[in-house]
Each structure stands twice: as structure tokens, then as C-alpha cells.
Design a protein around this ligand. Structure first.
Ligand code: MEV
Length: 326
């Protein structure tokens, strides 16, 4: 091994607008204080790319194909986007070298917190830094979206945007851009996991089938979801947390109608509500995954997380990350 490069990107929560964002609707997202860190090294074997993640997935790509080192078939689908990210950078930089990448994460995977987008963003940045290159954040984000599309071909790009730029944002895939939201007061947020892992690509495909069969209902729900986003943005700016909680519940009712909820999501939402949450909903693709709950105060969020844990669900409070990719 010769040179080294490192980058780190945050996970995310979607507060409003998931799924509909794939069809050009707005969404409100926040990056959170959980991260994926990528260390990249060049290695002598020119045709080899080795990727190892501390969540038990590892594999080696060479001219003779892919070999799983750890994690079997799951390794391939999780690592392919990262392999694509690395080769994109090598092609862009005109380099022919072997690369070894080590990923460390404190983001629970497969529950909607954007771990694969964060891994793509950090990998693009870490491999670029190996060649003393620092492309713009926009360029890094574009490359990460292209890699993510290997596993989720209809990606709205929202996850890569929030992971690259960080903060609390209003994202529009139609306008290909985002605006920072300056919320009044902090947001006391809790993430609770159903423990049911999902494939974002499969859930997005399921919603597409729902849309095809129920076009006018879907358009109507999309309009309601867009309206909720607009109201949520102004509730954040004016610090009306009760209103924000109500809007989260309304957004969840829409997600239920398009078929991405789960009985464990309902159970968690019930637990959070009884523990004092102002509102709660799926965050990300759903189908199980994680729930995001809003509390009035930090004391309340600590209680909500504790109640969810007491009921057997992994749960933790989250802070909004302001740094994005570093
Ligand atoms: C996944 O985190 C969010 C979805 O809206 C998909 C996407 O935006 O690409 C479900």
C-alpha cells in the first residue's frame, strides 16, 4: 500500500415527502449525527479493488470478476455501488491502480437512514483525495447518485444530496437543487427501528406499481404530500412544533395509503405517541425500516427513545448534522 485518503459523510432522516420525491415532489430532509467513514489506499495489484466494511461485508473485484470475502450474496449488492463509485473516479482521473477501501459505520443499515448513499458520497470523496483532488460537492454528489442508481435505479438523488451538503434542507428533484431551512429552535428527534430491513429499490418499484394502477388517487396524494411539505417548512421557520407533529402524522397517513407502512411501524408510532411524541412517521422507504418521532423537548425525546427500547426496539435520539461531507 502506498497512499491514503479519508472522507466521512452523514446519514439522514426524511422528515417529509419520501417516495413522492421520486416523481418530482419536494421533500424535507436532515443529515444526522451518525456517519460513514471511508479510508482508501492505492495497492500494487493494478486490476484489484478490495472493499471491506465493518458491518460484516467484504469483497474483491478483479479482472476475473467478484469474490465475496465476507457476507456472501448480500456483499455483492451492497458493494457494487461502491465499486462503481471507485471506478468512476479512476476513469475521471485517468488512473490505473488497485484500490483498497475500508468502511466504518455507526449507521444501522437497511432501515432508511441513507447508509448506502452516505457510503457512496464518502467513497467518491476519499478516492478523489488519494489523487490530491477535491472536486466540488456538486460533482461528488452527482457521481454518488450515479453509483447509487446501480441498486436503486429510480433514485431521486435526495439521499446523496443531504449526505453531501448536510443540514436541514428542502429538496426538489425537479429543480435539481435544495434550499437550507432555518428552523426556529432545535428539533428534538428520535429514530426507532422496527428491525425489519428493506430494499429501497423494491419499495420504490412497489409504489410505481401502485401509481400505475391508481393514477388519479396517486396524483391526489402527491398533491397533499407537496402541500404538507410547504406547510412543514413554514412551521419549522416559525417554530410551531405542534403543527409539525400533526403534519408528520398526516404524511404517515398518506404513506400508509401507498402501501409502504408495516404493522411494526404502527406499533412504534403508537409507543412514541403514548410516550408524548408530537408526531411520528416512517423515515425513508418504509416497508418496516425506521420511524422518526418529533418531541417537544430533549427530555421528552429521551423518554420516547427509552420507551421504544423498553418495548424491544433499537432507538436513539438524533441531532441535526451541519457539516455534511468532510
Ligand atoms: C429513500 O431514502 C427515499 C425514497 O424517496 C427514494 C428516493 O428518494 O430515491 C423512498
Amino acid at each position: 500500500m502506498t497512499k491514503g485518503g479519508r472522507a466521512s459523510a452523514p446519514a439522514k432522516v426524511i422528515l417529509f415527502g419520501e417516495h413522492f420525491v421520486v416523481y418530482g415532489n419536494p421533500a424535507i430532509l436532515a443529515s444526522i449525527n451518525r456517519r460513514i467513514t471511508v479510508d482508501a489506499r492505492t495497492i500494487d495489484k493494478e486490476d484489484k479493488i478490495v472493499i471491506r466494511s465493518d458491518i460484516g461485508l467484504a469483497g474483491e473485484y478483479s479482472s476475473s470478476g467478484f469474490k465475496a470475502i465476507e457476507g456472501g450474496t448480500e456483499a455483492r449488492s451492497a458493494l457494487d455501488p461502491l465499486h462503481s463509485a471507485i471506478t468512476q473516479v479512476l476513469v475521471a482521473r485517468g488512473k490505473r491502480t488497485g484500490i483498497k477501501v475500508a468502511i466504518s459505520s455507526d449507521v444501522p443499515p437497511g432501515i432508511g437512514l441513507g447508509s448506502s448513499a452516505a457510503a457512496c458520497v464518502a467513497t467518491v470523496a476519499a478516492v478523489n483525495s488519494l489523487f490530491q483532488k477535491k472536486p466540488s460537492r456538486h460533482k461528488i454528489c452527482e457521481m454518488a447518485i450515479e453509483s447509487e442508481r446501480l441498486i436503486h435505479k429510480n433514485s431521486s438523488g435526495a439521499d446523496c444530496y443531504i449526505s453531501t451538503f448536510g443540514g436541514l434542507i428542502h429538496y426538489s428533484s425537479k429543480a435539481k437543487g435544495f434550499k437550507e431551512i432555518r428552523s426556529k429552535g432545535g428539533l428534538a428527534l428520535v429514530v426507532a427501528s422496527t428491525g425489519v430491513r428493506h430494499s429501497t429499490g423494491d419499495l420504490v418499484a412497489g409504489v410505481m406499481r401502485f401509481k400505475e394502477r391508481n393514477e388519479s388517487l396517486f396524483q391526489n396524494l402527491a398533491k397533499q404530500a407537496a402541500d404538507i411539505c410547504t406547510q412543514a417548512q413554514s412551521a419549522m421557520v416559525s417554530g410551531r412544533r405542534d403543527k409539525l407533529g400533526t403534519l408528520m402524522n398526516e404524511n404517515q397517513a398518506i404513506l400508509r395509503q401507498i402501501g409502504v407502512s408495516h404493522y411494526k411501524v404502527d406499533d412504534l408510532i403508537d409507543i412514541c405517541g403514548k410516550a408524548g411524541a408530537l408526531g411520528a412517521k416512517i423515515t425513508g422507504a418504509g416497508g418496516g425500516g425506521a420511524v422518526i418521532a418529533l418531541a417537544a423537548t430533549k427530555q421528552d425525546s429521551a423518554r420516547i427513545a427509552a420507551r421504544a427500547r423498553a418495548a424491544g426496539y433499537e432507538s436513539f435520539e438524533v441531532e441535526i448534522d451541519r457539516k455534511g461531507l468532510i
